[in-house]
Write a protein that binds this ligand. Structure first.
Ligand SMILES: N[C@@H](CCC[C@H](N)C(=O)O)C(=O)O
Length: 302
């Protein structure tokens, strides 16, 4: 057993779950193999993303580093931003927190419930080379891409958008009717997406409600994906399928998305949950759950 076991928190946003380390005082370094091992649902801690809270070089309350369960480092995670926002607001005793990410500086703010958090995810990007796509398209509301037989495609002409990470959204009648665990990997790794992509199947229910299932890049099927909800909200409004405020229903629950007209920013509001605390042995990669203490939550992971 290693002398220094690393404290962690297990959290989730609508079932999209994370292990969280506080690396502001002492670095936490885990290579992709270790991330895959501890992220595994069978035998590991089990998570969709690993979140490392670090000191912010840009002067925000903290920097948030994001790894997918496959060990890849990525730039954005909407649900984790709400979770880390909640921890930082609790730590600072304030109603707002700033979070630096590789995708930019984000702001979390409190709502009338401590577990419900709003995050300003910044502006969406629509240019083909910002998604990025492998081919030039002037109109990214519906790009030429399809899978299945040429004359009877299974899915086709997705909207694409980057909200800190790449998303493709297929508009369908019934998201539940597709075998997303089979189709998802094909689309995630499609040559059109040089950095791979998060894949959503979306059905517009009304002017302010959309139902969505997501295949996340580097993870697979998840209960919810905050950036996918943002991407769907923006793509739906851009195409006049809905208004600029929508409730996105994901398998794990709803997220409220507003694409604000005044500054083009996307606001996302939804629940966060603390599941348990634990200690990881960085040598053996084994862990144990520990009893919750009576202290600010982020102190637990110091
Ligand atoms: N679960 C996240 C998204 C995490 C990153 C994504 N899988 C990617 O590779 O871009 C969310 O809530 O946004």
């Amino acid at each position: 057993m290693s002398e220094r076991r690393i404290p962690f928190l297990k959290m989730n946003g609508l079932g999209n779950d994370f292990v969280v380390w506080d690396a502001r005082e002492a670095p936490v370094r885990l290579d992709p193999d270790a991330i895959r091992q501890i992220g595994a649902r069978d035998g590991g801690i089990g998570f969709d993303q690993m979140i490392t809270v670090e000191r912010s070089p840009g002067g925000a309350d903290a920097f948030m580093r994001i790894h997918n369960r496959d060990g890849s480092e990525v730039d954005a995670c909407g649900n984790a931003t709400r979770c880390i926002g909640r921890l930082l607001m609790e730590e600072n005793g304030s109603a707002a927190a700033t979070i630096e990410t590789n995708a930019g500086l984000l702001k979390a703010s409190a709502t009338d419930s401590p577990r419900r958090v709003t995050v300003d995810m910044g502006r969406p990007r629509f240019a083909w080379n910002e998604i990025p796509l492998a081919e030039e398209f002037h109109d990214t509301r519906a790009i030429e891409l399809q899978i299945g037989p040429i004359d009877a495609p299974i899915l086709h002409t997705p909207s694409v958008v980057n909200v800190g990470n790449p998303h493709a959204i297929f508009w369908v009648r019934d998201p539940g009717a597709y075998d997303l665990s089979r189709i998802g990997p094909m689309l995630e790794n499609h040559p059109m997406f040089p950095e791979r992509a998060n894949i959503s199947l979306a059905h517009v229910l009304s002017d302010d409600e959309v139902e969505v299932r997501v295949w996340e890049r580097g993870v697979g099927l998840t209960e919810a994906c905050g950036t996918a909800a943002c991407a769907v909200g923006v793509a739906a409004a851009r195409d006049r399928r809905t208004g600029r405020k929508v409730r996105v229903h994901l398998p794990g629950g709803p997220l409220d998305i507003e694409w604000r007209e005044s500054d083009d920013h996307i606001l996302m509001t939804g629940d966060t949950e603390v599941e348990f605390e634990g200690l990881l042995d960085p040598e053996t990669l084994t862990f144990e759950k520990t009893a919750p203490g009576d202290r600010p939550i982020l102190e637990v992971v110091r």
